[in-house]
Design a protein. Structure first.
Length: 575
């Protein structure tokens, strides 16, 4: 009883407690409404409520213990109300919440940019709605404080018991934040995010997370930039006199086993099939991605590290900078550049590959807008005039997230009736989703066909791969990607096996027959896409100390090392 009374004393500040709780829980309610069909909300709701009550109580204790200092009360009210105002404004204006990207943007914004932002949004509808809601809460708080509203003794005990229960639950939840603080790099942060999202999404937790992530990201990026700067001070050169175009197409969420090219029963890759028949396309059979996450996969693909050799992307060099140093015009045309701007995967990738210093070191030019469809992105690049040596990186939306949104209506070629499987868990709705994924794959093949046509009469070589795969009711009742799954090969294959093909123009084949012969001989070798830069260095005829012939899958000296996925799983030992 004494403990209950002791816990309950700060509840003399019940008005402040209720205001805190309202401001902290607001995004949680919205979040739960969005996810109510996807997650066990009973558990989530209990955790969210417990976190919000505990945090509100801790802030209330501070106000209670410092009640002689009115400035403390004022600051606390200002803090929680400003937090709510920020959330409401971001949600109404941009459909997002406080994020690592927002914190970074604020830190990097100058006076002029701040002035322009305030000018554009201060009188917006979102501002007025946000201010009205916060103003109404402030008005109610003012009335409550003025009337010195208290709770009855019976309610006092009930609320005290509720707080004790919430604090016990929160203590168990502390491991979530402890594990975040224990993260030493973004690989670990991404794993944390995948394991615990959305278990820590109240306003205070989101603020803590958003303040911590830029610290880790900044450290990794600084290290990678320093190594990249140092690398570009060394000798890197092109060892050919012929004009040359090297194109690297990085796809998204491409399930290898939905490509006719790899044996899928529906004709989803007619353009690439034709290039195989013509002898211009070489199809690699055993290439995997080390992660099923865009964030982790792309950073390792674009750097010179080898995961199997224990190397991390942040301790290696961003390889497009070496192409530019050698004398190539380097272009990145990225259709994911601003998609989901406030999401973690976009933030952690773009904060690196679009860092100002990385841009200076690596790119000749890059796209300033994204497009509804990948074909439009490609067409916009083809309008550019390029030089003698060109390295082009196309980063596509591919079959990402909502395949039905990834292709124009004229590519509605497949429908549920074309999916002839009879698995027990399949119905017409799920078959239609499979058909839409196949339509997106068909459109992706069309985009590849446009690239082949553009470079057909040039000296050109094109490397195509995907950052990862996923599932679309292929072997079980599941779609998308799972970040915690059974370590079974038949499950992991769909998420980590990726298409990997090399296209060579007739001119390239004529100029470099030895390379073509080695590519032909390498099609059945085991490989992992984190070493793709080694292949690119060779086919681009770049001489650099970072080229390791034993890591180049096209080289006769290639050594197929252990293929480590998710940092600790040997892919080839899976059963």
């Amino acid at each position: 009883m004494k403990i209950i009374n002791l816990i309950g004393k700060p509840l003399q500040e019940i008005v402040f407690f209720l205001v805190c709780f309202t401001c902290i829980i607001a995004p949680t309610i919205n979040f739960l409404l969005i996810l109510y069909t996807e997650i066990d909300l009973d558990i989530l709701f209990l955790k969210y409520i417990a976190n919000a009550i505990t945090i509100s109580y801790i802030l209330t204790v501070i106000v209670y213990l410092t009640k002689k200092y009115k400035i403390i009360r004022l600051l606390m009210y200002s803090f929680v109300l400003l937090l709510l105002l920020t959330y409401l404004f971001l949600k109404i204006s941009f459909g997002t919440n406080i994020s690592p990207l927002l914190i970074t943007m604020i830190a990097e914004t100058n006076y002029q940019e701040s002035s322009e932002f305030i000018y554009n949004y201060i009188f917006s509808k979102a501002s007025w709605i946000s201010l009205f809601i916060v103003g109404f809460i402030l008005f109610l708080a003012w009335i409550g404080e003025k009337r010195k509203i208290k709770i009855t003794s019976s309610n006092h005990r009930i609320v005290s018991i509720l707080i004790i229960i919430s604090m016990i639950i929160t203590i168990f939840n502390i491991r979530i934040f402890k594990s975040l603080i224990d993260c030493k790099n973004m690989n670990e942060v991404n794993t944390w995010y995948e394991n615990y999202y959305p278990y820590a999404m109240d306003n205070i937790s989101t603020l803590m997370y958003s303040l911590y992530i830029p610290h880790i990201t900044s450290t990794e990026i600084k290290n990678a930039i320093q190594l990249t700067e140092k690398a570009t001070e060394e000798k890197v050169e092109i060892c050919t006199q012929d004009s040359l175009n090297v194109i690297f197409v990085l796809g998204e969420s491409y399930i290898k086993y939905h490509a006719h090219l790899y044996g899928y029963p529906l004709s989803t890759t007619p353009y690439m099939d034709k290039e195989v028949e013509n002898g211009n396309l070489y199809v690699f059979q055993d290439m995997i991605s080390p992660y099923n996450s865009t964030t982790q996969a792309v950073k390792n693909i674009l750097c010179t590290n080898s995961i199997s050799n224990g190397e991390t992307w942040s301790e290696s060099v961003f390889f497009p900078a070496l192409f530019k140093k050698a004398g190539y015009n380097v272009y990145i045309w990225d259709n994911q550049k601003t998609i989901g701007t406030f999401l973690i995967y976009t933030y952690t990738i773009n904060s690196f590959i679009y860092n100002k210093r990385i841009i200076e070191l690596s790119y000749t030019d890059y796209n300033d807008k994204i497009y509804q469809y990948d074909g439009q992105l490609i067409a916009s690049f083809f309008k550019k005039k390029t030089g003698m040596f060109n390295f082009v990186l196309f980063h596509l939306m591919g079959q990402h997230v909502m395949p039905s949104e990834r292709y124009p209506s004229r590519f509605n070629h497949f429908s549920a009736k074309d999916i002839l499987r009879n698995d027990d868990y399949l119905n017409d709705e799920k078959k239609q989703l499979i058909a839409e994924y196949d339509n997106a794959t068909l459109y992706n093949d069309y985009v590849m066909g446009q690239i082949f046509s553009y470079y057909r009469n040039k000296n050109a070589v094109i490397v195509i791969l995907s950052d990862h795969g996923e599932e679309i009711y292929d072997i079980r009742d599941a779609k998308g990607r799972n970040y915690s799954f059974e370590k079974k090969k038949n499950i992991i294959q769909y998420q980590n096996d990726i298409p990997f093909v090399i296209w060579c123009s007739d001119k390239y084949k004529h100029h470099y027959p030895d390379i073509i012969k080695d590519i032909e001989n390498a099609k059945y070798k085991k490989g992992m896409c984190d070493n793709v830069c080694q292949l690119l260095f060779r086919i681009a005829h770049i001489k650099t100390a970072f080229y390791k012939t034993e890591r180049d899958i096209s080289s006769p000296s290639y050594i197929a090392g252990k293929r480590i996925i998710y940092d600790n799983i040997n892919y080839d030992e899976l059963k």
